[in-house]
Design a protein around this ligand. Structure first.
Ligand code: 13P
Length: 245
């Protein structure tokens, strides 16, 4: 059975006072078959990791540089994330692809750096609204998976997140049939090139109110949650919906 995962992406949100959300979240989650991950900004990784120590909560980064170290002002390496207490790292988020011009090749290089440092890569793919309107969604996703995943990806070292760009932070979500179509196709695509069994997360305006119906969709193993992960009560409710699915 594939691992069920509720992952929160805090994006560029969170100060020291946000540690209180972790205190509030921990009693809402438990050890077992449903994993919880929070990816705070890099500045908070070590303090969140200290709180999560011994608890059923993993901490992740939101990006890493492909290089091991060097003259890259402002960047963070995979080894630094690991050293700060992260277990995983989000790579190829559409906001990084858009804001920083990251290509599939960049994402693949970062994925290798993550693996080299014992981090699980959470690799994001997703179509723009124009691409969906043009009827090329499945091809876009297949191309992103082909280009962003190096050989050697396994369900143990890589999690896939499908995040339609037009559904992120908009309150709009694809229909359940549209989510199923993409997730079924991703599953088949990954099966062809790699082993079966990757956890496939859906992301884009997941809230407590729509989580259960999304988690009932075929080949959806969890969620990558943005805005609703900032509040422990919302993220805890999403984790509970997944745990019950
Ligand atoms: P929202 O849940 O805020 O739409 O963000 C989704 C996302 O981008 C998670 O990585």
């Amino acid at each position: 059975m594939r691992t069920k995962i509720a992952a929160g992406n805090w994006k560029m949100n969170g100060l020291t006072e946000s540690l209180a959300e972790i205190d509030a979240l921990l009693p809402q989650i438990s050890d077992g078959q449903t994993k919880a991950i929070i990816c705070p900004p890099a500045t908070l990784i070590s303090s969140l990791a200290a709180k999560a120590s011994g608890q059923p909560l993993s901490i992740g980064g939101q990006d890493c540089h492909a290089a091991a170290s060097g003259a890259h002002t402002g960047d963070v390496s995979a080894a630094m994330l690991k050293d700060a207490g992260a277990d995983c790292v989000i790579l190829g988020h559409s906001e990084r692809r858009a804001d920083h011009g990251e290509t599939d090749a960049d994402v693949a290089a970062k994925t290798l750096a993550a693996w080299d440092n014992g981090l699980v890569a959470i690799v994001c793919v997703g179509e723009t609204e124009a691409q969906r309107d043009a009827g090329i969604t499945l091809q876009v996703i297949r191309d992103q998976l082909a280009g962003s995943l190096p050989d050697g990806a396994t369900p143990a070292n890589t999690i896939i997140a499908y995040e339609p760009v037009w559904a992120i932070g908009t309150g709009r979500t694809p229909t359940l049939d549209q989510i199923a179509e993409v997730h079924d196709d991703m599953n088949a695509t990954l099966d062809t090139r790699f082993d079966a069994g990757f956890s496939l997360l859906y992301g884009g305006s997941v809230k407590p109110g729509n989580a259960a119906e999304i988690f009932a969709v075929s080949n959806v193993d969890g969620a990558l949650v943005g805005g609703a992960s900032l509040k422990a009560s919302d993220f805890g409710a999403i984790w509970s919906a997944l745990n019950a699915a």
